[in-house]
Write a protein that binds this ligand. Structure first.
Ligand SMILES: [Fe+2]
Ligand SMILES: [Fe+2]
Length: 488
């Protein structure tokens, strides 16, 4: 890094622990950079509105160079640093940070250093190159750098994202966060009812913001983590899974960042009332009798009461109470509790309800002989359909879980293996597509018929169900070949 500022008296002034001024200046540079970038998309390079933004950015950088002798922005996993200090973006500024982060990532920029000789013209050319589209997708960094060289931009040094920063570390951070969620919830469960709860809730809120950031950045890995099914810590593990899946689903439904954090909080505490249910009933290895069932069903009410206490003087969203109370309910018709006064179910409750059933079904429980595959769970949920679940949210959820797209390899309950060939027109039968059979129940390959999974036998039961999707690379099968063959 360049430390040899020429026009400053003290290139490296001592910084306080959090160096608030430096952080503020770094944030201002990120803002100015995003402004100039956006304006360049609208105006010609010689337009005065655009040039004004370049000037402002230039002065901001120059001022930082003068104070610190260096000015460099570094992209980190889920944050950005200025002169090696982490920039803290406020809630509302997060979009701007995310925008710059995405632009850096597209070009694989890991670090941007401005040298003291930086001229306005160079900055102008640089912004235009940064905003330019169409860099070679195979190696955007190389392509971008060669353009910079062509334009003789000498006082901006662009360094590439280190590859470990891109995936391994990212996944490790996400995994750690996931387990941190479980540990934190465990603490909340243990200390509930004490004064400290209020302090813990702030930590919970910060945790939700982190989960939100990781979902925005590393969604598929985060969703993959919800496959962790830890029976010993069932309620904790389940609560974190429901929280992650709910935020992800809420994001697909178009909720904004603040709403998603609230949704995450509400989902996190949806089963909080289970604290009041005797443990021997919660983990009973056999089927529950009527009385025990009724006891367990009270967790919705107990949860709402506990959260009402917790809410006093904190920023716990009111929806958390609704979700605790309503997540087993369907507009007062089915599910529980059946309340005398009918009222509309909160949107958050509808989201959590779908995710809750899905996660509970796919986790093995002591009283259940087998747990369901995600395909079977989804199939069950879809068959309940709009009677129990909100049809639009359900559709988005199915898309999110993303199973059974055309071309996927599926194992049927008959033992046969097939390829999904055609989706059913009725979304309720999304798990009942037309399937081309490619192997019989003994695993012998065959060029079989295309069967319709909505076909029923004489007892009005479906002839075939999808048990799970298979990975084609494990089976020496290229599903695409079957499509080609069928098309010929
Ligand atoms: Fe529940
Ligand atoms: Fe639950």
């Amino acid at each position: 890094m360049n430390d040899s500022g020429s026009d400053n008296k003290n290139p490296n002034p001592p910084e306080g622990k959090n160096s608030p001024r430096l952080i503020k200046e770094g944030i201002r540079i990120v803002f100015r950079l995003s402004r100039a970038y956006r304006t360049s998309l609208i105006y010609e390079p010689n337009n005065y509105i655009y040039l004004r933004q370049v000037n402002l950015l230039h002065s901001q950088i120059k001022s930082a160079l003068k104070s610190y002798g260096k000015a460099f922005l570094t992209l980190k996993q889920n944050s950005m640093e200025f002169n090696s200090r982490k920039l803290k973006f406020s809630f509302s500024d997060y979009r701007i940070f995310k925008f710059i982060q995405d632009e850096f990532k597209k070009k694989e920029i890991g670090e941007l250093s401005f040298l003291p000789g930086l001229k306005k013209e160079e900055l102008n050319k640089f912004i235009i190159l940064l905003a330019k589209k169409g860099y070679d997708p195979k190696d955007p960094y190389k392509d971008f750098i060669s353009e910079i060289k062509k334009k003789n931009i000498e006082n901006i040094i662009v360094e590439k994202i280190p590859s470990y920063e891109k995936s391994k570390k990212k996944n490790r951070d996400t995994k750690n966060l996931f387990f941190l969620g479980m540990t934190h919830l465990k603490e909340m469960f243990q200390q509930t009812g004490k004064l400290q709860d209020h302090v813990s809730l702030l930590t919970t809120k910060r945790l939700m913001q982190s989960i939100f950031n990781h979902i925005a950045d590393n969604e598929s890995f985060m969703l993959g983590l919800t496959n962790i099914k830890n029976f010993d810590e069932y309620t904790l593990n389940h609560s974190v899974n429901v929280c992650v899946l709910s935020i992800s689903l809420g994001k697909k439904l178009g909720l904004d960042r603040n709403e998603l954090v609230d949704l995450g909080l509400a989902a996190f505490f949806h089963d909080f009332g289970k604290l009041d249910i005797p443990k021997d009933i919660l983990v009973k290895p056999s089927k529950l009798d009527k009385k025990e069932r009724e006891t367990i069903e009270k967790h919705t009410f107990f949860g709402a009461v506990r959260l009402m206490d917790l809410k006093q003087g904190t920023s716990l969203p009111i929806e958390a109470l609704s979700v605790a109370l309503e997540h087993h309910e369907s507009d007062g018709k089915v599910g529980y509790p059946i309340l005398i006064r009918k009222r509309a179910i909160d949107l958050f409750s509808k989201i959590v309800k779908i995710v809750d059933v899905y996660d509970a079904m796919t986790t093995s429980r002591p009283y259940r002989k087998k747990n369901f595959s995600k395909e079977e769970a989804l199939s069950y949920i879809l068959e309940k359909g709009s009677k129990e679940f909100d049809p639009i949210i359900l559709k988005v959820f199915v898309d999110m879980i993303g199973i059974c797209p055309i071309g996927s390899l599926v194992l049927l309950n008959t033992g046969e293996v097939g390829i999904v060939f055609e989706k059913h027109v009725d979304p309720q039968h999304i798990m009942r597509p037309k399937v081309k059979l490619i192997s019989d129940e003994n695993g012998n390959k065959r060029d079989g018929d295309i069967v319709d999974l909505t076909e029923k036998d004489e007892n009005n039961k479906y002839k075939r169900n999808i048990v799970k999707t298979l990975d084609e690379s494990d089976y020496d099968i290229r599903t695409a070949d079957y499509f080609v063959a069928e098309a010929e």
